[in-house]
Write a protein that binds this ligand. Structure first.
Ligand SMILES: Cc1cc2nc3c(=O)[nH]c(=O)nc-3n(C[C@H](O)[C@H](O)[C@H](O)COP(=O)(O)O)c2cc1C
Length: 239
């Protein structure tokens, strides 16, 4: 069974972002011929605490809040790691992601340096009254591409462009198509590829007792010429 996980960064009880993601979920379940589990998380059903600021996860790979189990990050991070398609949906707040989306992004920033979500397809969904939404989508894309996520086209809804049933069906079709491609190697963005080369050069001679260079060594990342080759390796190990 294929798994889709969506995190919606709105705690609005009448969230338009949640309504949009729920409509896409219904369309995905209606279209797909195979069984799909589609879990939607929001700050109202999943408590993610702000980062503690220690930056220790970059050195140790251990997220202390997750380890202490004082919020729901253990479950959400596992769901994100294990899913076949990831959706990150945020309203636009003051031309930026919502505070709740930023909290989640802060908590997974250390995944940026290890391409922890290598070869995972995803979609960014942004809602707004009408300003600043491009910056929001670009920001989520930049951070998550550096975790290894490969995004299809963004879904944007504003007050003057409420998505139609056809738009929702198209978005659902994209997700179902990507799920059907999950035995394929996706093409990383130029930015993610450049970041892979940058980090490779930085870690190759670093002390391997630190988490990040150690992770690269353990996962055979130094032996990969490029990020696409690493995606291929990750896919091969998944099969
Ligand atoms: C605190 C706050 C800040 C906002 N800032 C912006 C903004 O900068 N640009 C914009 O177009 N809409 C802005 N909005 C409107 C929301 O982005 C928009 O209504 C969105 O669809 C709300 O999603 P939700 O119903 O899922 O919470 C803001 C709304 C709130 C509550």
């Amino acid at each position: 069974m294929k798994k889709v996980v969506a995190y919606v960064g709105s705690r609005n009880k009448n969230s338009s972002t949640l309504k949009l993601v729920s409509s896409i979920k219904d369309a995905v379940l209606a279209i797909s011929s195979s069984e799909i589990k589609f879990n939607i998380y929001t700050p109202n059903n999943c408590n993610i605490m702000p980062d503690d600021g220690s930056a220790s996860a970059f050195k140790t790979g251990v997220d202390k809040i997750e380890e202490a189990r004082i919020d729901d990050s253990l479950q959400l991070k596992k769901e994100i790691k294990d899913c076949d398609f990831l959706i990150l949906a945020s309203p636009t707040y003051a031309h930026a992601v919502s505070g709740d989306m930023k909290i989640l992004i802060d908590r997974i920033t250390y995944w940026n340096h290890i391409f922890y979500l290598a070869n995972k397809p995803g979609q960014i969904i942004v809602t707004a009254s009408g300003n600043g939404f491009l910056k929001v989508a670009a920001y989520i894309r930049q951070i998550l591409e550096n975790c290894g996520v490969v995004f299809c086209d963004d879904v944007i809804q504003t007050d003057s462009r409420i998505l139609s049933d056809i738009d929702i069906t198209n978005s659902a079709l994209t997700i179902v198509n990507q799920l059907n491609l999950s035995n394929e190697v996706f093409v990383p963005s130029a930015g993610a590829e450049a970041n892979f080369q940058h980090l490779k050069a930085r870690y190759i001679n670093s002390n391997k007792s630190f988490f990040e260079p150690n992770y690269w060594k353990k996962h055979g990342m130094f032996e990969c010429e490029n990020l696409k080759e690493y995606f291929q390796k990750v896919l091969g190990e998944k099969k």
